[in-house]
Design a protein around this ligand. Structure first.
Ligand code: NDP
Ligand code: OXD
Length: 317
């Protein structure tokens, strides 16, 4: 029987140690190398990568697959120095559930006006605010993929009126589905809280701009629209988001992702009253859990089965 393929971990800014430890525990029979250790490049069959250093994956003649350590692969597909082997992304209930927690938390923070209560608490003020029911609030999931569908389903179960927008047509129980450029305007026009969970591609870069924000509903129960971005910083035109918050075109925002990251110390977003900033922490990749799924796919490939969750590099996600 052939030697089990060796693994290279090239995790860029992420600490490789927990990924290497998890992989060694799961597959003690495999050699696990951490970039820049390339003592036996011909033995490497699998690369586990997150924004890998330039050249890290170039001289691996027997590489069979690259496993992204995250769900978003913009940091990989935009690279011109990656070998032309299958690229697999994370689709795992652990990550999907973490994202749903963040999305639901942010929707409820704005819906239940928690930031206003925080200010009232700081001022020792006891004052109940008017509260529309969830059914009166329209949430729009911009991106109806693994993450958007799951979070949208939970919001629908809480009673929110949920719609979603995707590139191709979808039918999802409990979610009103819109798609394509022609579906965007009617989708936005019925959206009070917009949740962006799109991948960053040449088509989606800068989509969250003044024009899109101007298309959101202004007749909703919250008194104005809210933007929640858990996708990628490059989706938003930051100056447009700031201007919209200042003018009241947006009444609040929750932003987990920025371009560049970390968010510049001088950004006005840090200090805006109804803006919630989290440090790209919406759905972290857990090495222990995600390595199990990655290793399962290595075993399947070695047993002659096809890889799942492949990225279409030309499409960009
Ligand atoms: P999926 O690939 O499963 O879903 C992507 C969705 O976006 C699909 O519905 C797709 O449409 C839609 N889409 C893509 N391009 C377009 C377009 N041009 N117009 C309209 N719709 C489009 O991705 P996931 O749900 O797994 O993840 C989404 C993103 O979330 C990731 O790419 C990543 O950037 C981000 N993320 C952020 C994390 C964080 O911690 N902040 C953690 C994990 C992910 P269709 O269904 O028709 O293909
Ligand atoms: C991801 C991320 O894409 O953590 O998984 O951003």
């Amino acid at each position: 029987m052939a030697e089990p393929g060796a693994v290279l971990i090239a995790s860029g800014p992420w600490d490789p140690a927990p990924w290497a430890a998890a992989m060694r525990r799961l597959a003690p029979e495999r050699a696990v190398h951490v970039w820049p250790d390339l003592s036996d490049p011909g033995a490497i069959r699998y690369a586990l990568a997150w924004r890998p250093p330039a050249e890290a994956l170039k001289r691996l003649p027997n590489l069979a697959a690259i496993f992204s350590l995250g769900a978003g692969v913009d940091g990989l597909v935009e690279r011109t120095d990656l070998p032309d082997v299958p690229l697999v992304r994370v689709v795992d209930p652990d990550l999907t559930e973490r994202m749903a927690e963040w999305v639901v938390l942010q929707v409820l923070m704005h819906h239940r006006r928690q930031r206003t209560y925080d200010r009232q608490q700081a001022a020792h003020r006891w004052h109940e605010l008017a509260q529309p029911p969830a059914r009166a609030v329209r949430v729009g999931m911009l991106g109806l993929g693994h993450l958007g569908r799951h979070a949208g389903g939970i919001l629908a179960a809480l009673g929110f009126s949920v719609a979603g927008w995707s590139r191709t047509a979808k039918a999802v129980a409990g979610i009103a589905c819109f798609h394509g450029p022609e579906g965007l305007e009617p989708f936005l026009a019925r959206t009070d809280i917009l949740v962006a969970l799109l991948p960053l591609t040449p088509q989606t870069r800068g989509i969250l701009d003044a024009r899109l924000i101007g298309g959101l509903a202004r007749d909703g129960a919250l008194g104005g629209p809210v933007l929640i971005n858990g996708g990628r910083g490059g989706l938003q035109v930051e100056a447009d988001v700031v201007a919209a918050l200042r003018s009241g075109a947006l009444i609040g925002a929750s932003l987990d992702v920025f371009e560049p990251e970390p968010l510049a110390a001088g950004s006005p977003l840090w200090d805006m009253a109804d803006v919630i900033i989290t440090p790209h922490a919406a759905a972290g990749s857990d090495p222990e859990t995600l390595s199990r799924g990655i290793h399962r796919q290595m075993l399947e490939l070695e047993a002659g089965m096809p890889l799942r969750n492949l990225v279409d590099r030309r499409r960009g996600y």
